[in-house]
Design a protein around this ligand. Sequence first.
Ligand SMILES: [Zn+2]
Ligand SMILES: [Zn+2]
Length: 205
Amino acid sequence: MERSLRVATDYRGCLICHVLDKDESDFMAELQYRTIKEEKVRQDVVSSNGYCNFHFHQMARMASPMGNAVLTKDLIDAEIKEIERGSFGPTLRIDCLVCKYVDEREEFYVKEFKALLSEKSFQKEYEATDGLCQIHLRRVLNLLKENELSHFLLTTQLMHMKLLKHGLQVFISKIRSTRRDMGDEKDSWLVAIEKMVGKKGLRQG
Ligand SMILES: [Zn+2]
Ligand SMILES: [Zn+2]
């Protein structure tokens, strides 16, 4: 399951978002399998109060109806006991295991990116990508503070933004002129959205 950002330079969009998305899917697939097979894992999920809204719906799509029924029955059971004991509180506390895992991996990749940046060969590879999303760019810049690597990162970001803007302009003018010979720019609006907010479901706190 261990990934490195080095494998992500061939894909469109933010490198960190890309590997994070893969890690998250792998983790969820394994977790949903283990919650059915292993009582202890299911109890961990129950004591975390299930998953956050986003991940619960994602997990439900991955799991079988039976798997969903077994887990939700345990969660409902726990809440019934809470009400009966009189310990049902007004604050909903969900310690989503998937969010926790994604946060840890994100931390790891931000640091890995910072370390890779000092390699000239990686800088070259990075220039040829779409660059980082706004969220991850700022996370890395916060680690770098003021130095020449942050200058490189901002110069490259400017280049990536200008290329993306050009791609969007080409896309818009092709649609307006009803031309359908789309090249790389066909995904430009999707890359632009990810550039602004990161991958789907990324926490920005
Ligand atoms: Zn990102
Ligand atoms: Zn979550």
